[in-house]
Each structure stands twice: as structure tokens, then as C-alpha cells.
Design a protein around this ligand. Structure first.
Ligand SMILES: O=C(O)CCC(=O)C(=O)O
Length: 279
């Protein structure tokens, strides 16, 4: 009889040949080798192709389909919408999914992501935030910024994000673009809450990172990055799990409590108050 395993929703699915998405994922410490660690430290980012195989990537995409169909509810996962040039209201982003989705929760705690970030920090890592950027057809891009500019330094000095590609990410649909040549500079080059401008970015080249489902990009909270709008007719969904050093504390609950006050999801907003996305 084929081996079966429980899906997050309690149903059963045929076990693929893939390593499990949960637990230690079969890696004792983490998936990265010495060359990959050196590459990350030299470039502030690292692309790992096929960290999740096709079956695993398909399961992650199914989870994204599920949460995308969830209703807007106050006090739960956080859904943010945007308006397209044509005037449509489309899902931009969901955050704080893990209390509500066992699959994503186990994925975030597995060796391939949390373990890899621990390898990159050189010490245990703790989850700081989780997010899916949907970038649906017509969805907007992101101005150049360092993630640390979004007030993250009041929680920890350094964060590392694991970007898991859900849908193919291409130049046409607004894949992430990293600042080449920024290596090892762990400091702000701009002001908090303001996108970087030309002068601050002088000398950097933008490197588009096209990626396939299952590819993972690790990057630190100081490397400038940006992305273009999605001008295609298919979604470009990307999952982001961000970690900090465990020795700097577990800030996830406080981060989301603060964010619900300063930049609440659409369903929790006060009528008449203006809310503006900054970085
Ligand atoms: O998903 C993207 O295209 C870029 C996202 C990004 O830079 C961010 O959410 O800070």
C-alpha cells in the first residue's frame, strides 16, 4: 500500500518521493554547504535552485490557493489589497498566516528554511514574520528599499528572509531584483520608512532573479531590492519567511501587534483614516 501522510486539513494524500516538508527535513543541521554559506556572506543573498522539488512546490502552491480564497476576517491573518490601474481591487499580500495554516507553519519551522537561516546566522534562528506577496495580474511593484528600513531594527539587528518561489517569477511578471555589489554592508544606507533614491543607490547594479517554483532565495535585511509590476495575465506569488537570531529574542507576536495598530489589514481599518504603504 502506498505510504500516506496527513495533509494540514486532516485529509490524506499519497506520499511523494520528496523529503517531508516538516520536521528536520532529513537534514541534520540545514541544507547549505560551506560554499553556499560563503556565497551568502559575500553577496548578502543566495539563490538555491530546487530546494523544494516539483511535488513539494505543487503542495505549497495548493496551500497558497487555499489561503487566497479565505474570507477577509478581522483579528486573524492579515489581508491587504491594492487597486489596479483599471480600478480593480485585488489581493496584494497576506501576513500572519501561520496560526491559521499548519502546512505553512511546519514549512517555516523545517530545516530547509529555518535550519538554513540558522546556518546563515551561525546560531539558532527564530521566525520574525511570514508573508505571501501575490502580485496578481496588474499588481504593483516595489520601490528600491532595504527591509530593515521598515522599522525592523527595533526588534533585532539583523534579519534573514527565505523567499520561496510559488509561481514562476520572471522579468515580465516582476521578479525580485537584488542590488549586485552590496556585499556584507550591514547598515542602513537610507532613512527608515522611505524608499531609497538614486544617490543612495549609486554604483549598484540591479540583478533580476528569475526563479521557478521550489527555488529559494535567502537575503539579509540590508541588501537593497526592488521589483516591477506584474504586466502579465498570470499571478506571481512568492512566500517570504523572515527570521532573526534567537539570541535577539522572539518578536513575532509583538511585531504583529504593533503592525495591527500602525498598518492594519483592510478589514480592520477605521473609516476616514488614511493608511499609506511606505516600505
Ligand atoms: O515581492 C516582491 O516583488 C518584492 C517584495 C518586497 O520587496 C517586500 O515585500 O519588501
Amino acid at each position: 500500500m502506498a505510504a500516506m501522510r496527513h495533509r494540514h486539513d486532516g485529509s490524506m494524500m499519497k506520499k511523494s518521493q520528496a523529503r517531508p516538508l516538516t520536521g528536520d527535513d532529513g537534514f541534520r543541521d540545514g541544507p547549505l554547504d560551506a560554499a553556499q554559506l560563503a556565497s551568502f556572506h559575500a553577496a548578502s543573498h543566495l539563490v538555491v535552485r530546487g530546494l523544494f522539488d516539483a511535488d513539494e512546490a505543487a503542495e505549497i502552491a495548493r496551500w497558497a490557493d487555499e489561503v487566497q480564497a479565505w474570507p477577509e476576517l478581522a483579528g486573524r491573518y492579515m489581508m491587504y489589497f491594492e487597486h489596479t490601474e483599471g480600478g480593480g481591487r485585488i489581493l496584494n499580500r497576506m501576513e500572519n498566516l501561520l496560526p491559521w495554516h499548519a502546512g505553512f507553519r511546519q514549512l517555516a519551522g523545517g530545516a530547509r528554511l529555518q535550519g538554513a537561516c540558522a546556518q546563515l546566522f551561525g546560531e539558532p534562528a527564530v521566525l520574525f514574520k511570514d508573508k505571501i506577496n501575490f502580485k496578481l495580474p496588474g499588481g504593483g511593484g516595489f520601490e528600491p528599499h532595504q527591509d530593515a528600513q521598515a522599522g525592523w531594527l527595533r526588534y533585532a539587528g539583523l534579519h534573514i528572509t527565505a523567499l520561496v518561489t510559488i509561481d514562476p517569477a520572471t522579468i515580465a511578471n516582476g521578479c525580485l531584483e537584488m542590488a549586485d555589489g552590496f556585499a556584507g554592508t550591514q547598515g542602513l544606507i537610507g532613512s527608515e520608512w522611505q524608499p531609497l533614491d538614486g544617490g543612495q543607490l549609486a554604483g549598484l547594479r540591479w540583478q533580476p532573479i528569475e526563479a521557478q517554483p521550489g527555488d529559494v532565495v535567502f537575503f539579509d535585511s540590508f541588501i537593497p531590492h526592488r521589483s516591477a509590476p506584474n504586466r502579465t495575465d498570470a499571478a506571481r506569488r512568492v512566500l517570504y519567511f523572515t527570521y532573526n537570531r534567537a539570541s535577539e529574542g522572539d518578536h513575532l507576536a509583538r511585531y504583529y501587534a504593533d503592525k495591527r495598530l500602525s498598518y492594519p489589514p483592510d478589514i480592520e481599518r477605521e473609516a476616514g483614516r488614511e493608511y499609506r504603504y511606505r516600505v
